[in-house]
Design a binder for this molecule. Sequence first.
Ligand code: BG6
Length: 255
Amino acid sequence: PYFEELRGFRDLEIKIKQTFDLERVIITPGDSDTDPWVKDELGKRAVSFLQSQLNNKQTVAVTGGTSMAAVAKMMAPTDLGKGSMFVPARGGLGERVENQANTICAEMANKMKGDYRLLYVPDPLSEETYHSIIEEPGVKETLHIIKQANIVMHGIGDAFTMAKRRKAEKNVLEKLESGKAVSEAFGYYFDQNGRIVHKVRTVGMQLEDLSHIKTVVAIAGGHSKAKAIQSYFRQGKSNVLITDEGAATALIKDL
Ligand code: BG6
């Protein structure tokens, strides 16, 4: 039965890989919506994937969120990250400190003996501040490194769950509603066809930058995220998906 389970996931992985035109799909058993430990397993799978990619001096950009926090948490100390640089993908997006990209990035770098740079920018960022802050030397340096990222790891969220968690203003919520937002990643909100409905104003990586990056890994599980995962991959900028059985089964059912 154990081998059958593995084989079953292999079929599921191939199906999802073909449907969303991905290079790699990794599925872990269980559903992180119902069993919180599954998120840790998801984190473990993401750690092994990252470590398999870390040959000489990489720049790794990470987002925030509870799934990415699980990746950092599940990382055992190693020196595989020696010579590598860890950066947050974008500036603050309204998350609690333990779920912020800066926090996760520093924890990962420390555990892997890598180096890191952080982004300290107000959150949310006003139009005027945006233009002056990108000229600050410290910010400029980090932004320059972010542009050189060769590995990106990010979460995918349900649009309204994320907007509420980030305490989005009423006008933003209205915009998301009228635009029928379904998913969110990196502070971008997408509708079911993967079209951008709204974008949080902050510095760092922009969606179009992802096209030049070799390895873009999405980490998202739980059956409740299936529609969001589907919506995000409609615009197809990530090439690896690490998910759980709960989300994977729901994804296939929805097709
Ligand atoms: C955010 C990422 O920090 O985490 C988003 O920037 C993502 O890309 C979100 O939508 C997902 O959060 P979680 O807690 O569901 O992993």
